[in-house]
Design a binder for this molecule. Sequence first.
Ligand code: SF4
Ligand code: SF4
Length: 418
Amino acid sequence: MVDHRTETELISDCVHCGFCLPACPTYRSWGAEADSPRGRIDLMKGLHEGAIELTDTVVAHFDRCLGCMGCVTACPSGVRYDLLIESTRAKIDAQHPREPADRGLREMIFALFPYPARLKVLAWPLFFYAKSGLQALVRASGVLALLPPRIAAMAKIAPPLSLADMRATLPPYTAARGTKRGTVALIAGCVQRVFFPNVNAATIRVLSAEGYDVIVPGDQGCCGALSLHVGRDGEAHAFARALVERFGDLDGIDAVIINAAGCGSTLKQYAELIEGDRAERFAAKVKDVSEFLADVGSVAERRPLPMRVAYHDACHLAHAQRIRQAPRTLLAGIPGLEIVEIPDADQCCGSAGVYNLLEPAAAAEIGARKAANVASTRPDVLASANPGCTLQIQSILADKGCKVVTAHPVELLDAALR
Ligand code: SF4
Ligand code: SF4
């Protein structure tokens, strides 16, 4: 719990008005009160007062929550559902024994995803899986439908990697081009670093073109976001402490830049998650790349990119960090680029960290709504500021035989600057 108020006080903020219900993807899917924010808060109250127990059924209602924070921005009473679900998940993790298969999958995910070096090892078989044509064959054959849903979800979501992706490395230092305006440090991310190295490369080029020296501290570990979002608090705090130490005192650094929305919201919480001046200084300097670039304004000349771009609001950018305008401002600054708004833009795509691996059926249902909305805009490119969203929407559209080019907004900006 990262708030000075007690859980009872946070729960009592809810006045049961129900304004959050239409904003909640799981309530929209099933119309069940216990799968709505209000219903889940009632369950939390029951648990807190000892009126109910952490049974499998109760835990399932919390497991089915995406943690998308759509309810947080929809709530007129300012209920901190984000803090409540975090503390509830930590409680579940500490107190509720899970089935061996469920436990095994979770352990496997968390032995892999927060470790870029291990992900890199996994990336090679994925590269050959995609390159050999086996991935397309498996998708087309329908064999995935015969596999256990969680295994099928992993096989589906596997990103197509190129040899250049596999060989990509990040320069520890890149000098500003033109007149220097400052110095920033880049968080490389885990999934971003291994599966979307182009996004980091584009981020560095754009920052340099805008007059910033870019430092990428080596041996960066995970930021702890994935662990925090499923209640593995101890692990999340250890990752956070190690990352803050790795970045040091940040003397002479104007901002710590992150280009993955899910990581950014956790990095901004560090001052509350872990103690110490360094953590406070670090958190205060964290900026999403779009937020930073929109704040400092552009100096580099943009060339035209005539294309229709559907911009997808990642939940951890729009709801958790309340950043909606900055990426749109950056894209709108590219001559010839037309931004098209996706209907029902506030709804989650179903990716939600590792939700689409742990709750594949719910994620597929929620993702199908998002994919249909994206397809309805007939974009040339889908732009998303979170790697999980990109993989999720791309995979669902591919299932429907609809290929869409995806890019991080910073990659489009990079293309316009080159
Ligand atoms: S969480 Fe907010 S919007 Fe939802 S029922 Fe409670 S007070 Fe109303
Ligand atoms: S975080 Fe998202 S899924 Fe969970 S209760 Fe809120 S709106 Fe619903």
